[in-house]
Design a protein. Structure first.
Length: 382
């Protein structure tokens, strides 16, 4: 018989994620420095240091920090002067398409491929119209898009490519930082991401002039004390966020190792369960193990995704159905021709089958096995 304490531990609530934080005492000296020099925001010393350190760490030329990933996306579209219509995926967090809405751009939803859930390059060309100016793909769950194929299409049609790389912190693909693909990439440093500054984000670009333009646009459009070059917005990262980022960066490697061990345990334990599909590990990629999505085939598994989701909840395991509903199903987009489910059969199916399992660096392997056991218990075929 388990004692009371062990039983309570067995039933601890487990959430889909939990932010990694350094020990408070490591952060305090940074706060003391901010208090001493009274530089709180507007490209302060920690902000400048983090931009440099991140560029080195991510293996990219330039990083511009933002207050969050959504404003980085909205600004990235303005940096490239994107207008008219943009090809994008419905299988993402709603901020991807909202960034188009905020720029008065019409989204053209294109279906995804079924292996990783990324925009399917084979379907892009058919969706291009004379008003199309860009492609906005997402490396969903941190699995790389077919970037070379997407670039080929963009080059033929003269389109810009802006990657929503919100899930991609630290990922290397084909021997380089993943944010080197396309014209621009955006990152998110939200609390739920593998690297967090509580809220935060960035645009990665390839040249100094573009970085200048980004930095003007995130600071009201100011290009000097009295010159305003465009109606920019205020989306600057502050010094506390930047300082936290500097401390977080020191612990990134150890956090990723723990995530990797968790992901490997899930992969090993779940592979034999009928009706559960796990995304394969992408080739030539150093992953960040940001998410662990599984896909439930009701017929083979025995119960539906929603039933499993509810049953896990009853066991105090709080998963998320990223990304259900599809963005194209939300009221502000569902009237669009490209949002019709028959245009998006694979995305519709994946959104119906997905559950993201808990994955964060402090999740114990015991808890992972508890989650796996629940999933096994509900499989009528076991
Ligand atoms: N593009 C993509 C592809 C994205 O996925 C996102 C954001 C963006 C763009 C926009 O980037 P940001 O503007 O956010 O930088 C979360 C996040 O809010 C969102 O950042 C993220 N994607 C999305 C996939 O997930 P929710 O609504 O699921 O978060 P929430 O608050 O329910 O948190 C999930 C669980 O995490 C909670 O059950 C408990 C835990 N949690 C959460 C927070 C915020 C904590 O333990 N502590 C916390 O502080 O959207």
């Amino acid at each position: 018989m388990k004692n009371k304490r062990e039983k309570t531990k067995m039933n601890n609530p487990i959430y889909v994620t939990q932010p990694s934080l350094p020990e408070l005492k490591e952060f305090i000296p940074y706060l003391e420095k901010i208090w001493r020099n009274k530089r709180l925001t507007n490209n302060g010393p920690f902000h400048q240091q983090l931009e440099k350190e991140l560029a080195g760490f991510l293996g990219v030329p330039y990083v511009s920090l933002f207050t969050n990933g959504t404003l980085a996306l909205v600004t990235a579209l303005q940096v490239m002067r994107i207008t008219g219509e943009v090809i994008t995926t419905p299988y993402s967090f709603v901020a991807t398409t909202h960034s188009l809405w905020w720029n008065n751009i019409k989204p053209l939803f294109v279906d995804i491929e079924s292996e990783f859930g990324n925009l399917d390059p084979e379907k892009i060309e058919a969706a291009i119209t004379p008003k199309t100016t860009a492609i906005l793909p997402v490396h969903v769950y941190g699995n790389p898009c077919k970037a070379n194929h997407i670039q080929q299409i963009a080059d033929i049609y003269g389109l810009k490519v802006i990657y929503d790389a919100a899930h991609c912190f630290g990922i290397k693909h084909l021997g380089q930082g993943i944010c080197n693909f396309g014209d621009l990439s955006i990152l998110s440093f939200h609390a739920t991401k593998v690297f967090n500054t509580m809220e935060g984000g960035a645009i990665v670009c390839h040249d100094e002039n573009t970085k200048k333009r980004i930095d003007y646009l995130k600071n009201f459009g100011f290009a000097g004390e009295t010159t305003v070059m465009a109606p920019g917005i205020n989306s600057k990262m502050n010094e506390m966020q930047a300082a936290l980022g500097l401390v977080q960066l020191k612990h990134y490697g150890e956090n990723i190792s723990k995530r990797k061990a968790i992901a490997e345990t899930y992969r090993k334990e779940l592979q034999a369960i009928k009706g559960i599909r796990v995304i394969p590990e992408p080739e030539q990629t150093d992953s960040n193990y940001a998410y662990f999505p599984i896909f439930i085939n009701k017929k083979e598994y025995g119960i539906s995704r929603n039933q499993l989701y509810e049953m896990l909840k009853q066991n105090n395991i709080f998963c998320r159905r990223y990304f259900y509903p599809l963005i194209s199903e939300f009221p502000m987009y569902k009237g669009l021709e490209s949002a019709k489910p028959n245009n998006l059969p694979i995305a519709t199916k994946m959104a119906k089958e997905v559950i993201c399992l808990p994955l964060f660096s402090e999740l114990s392997i015991d808890d992972v096995l508890r989650i796996v056991q629940c999933i096994k218990n509900y499989n009528k075929l076991l």
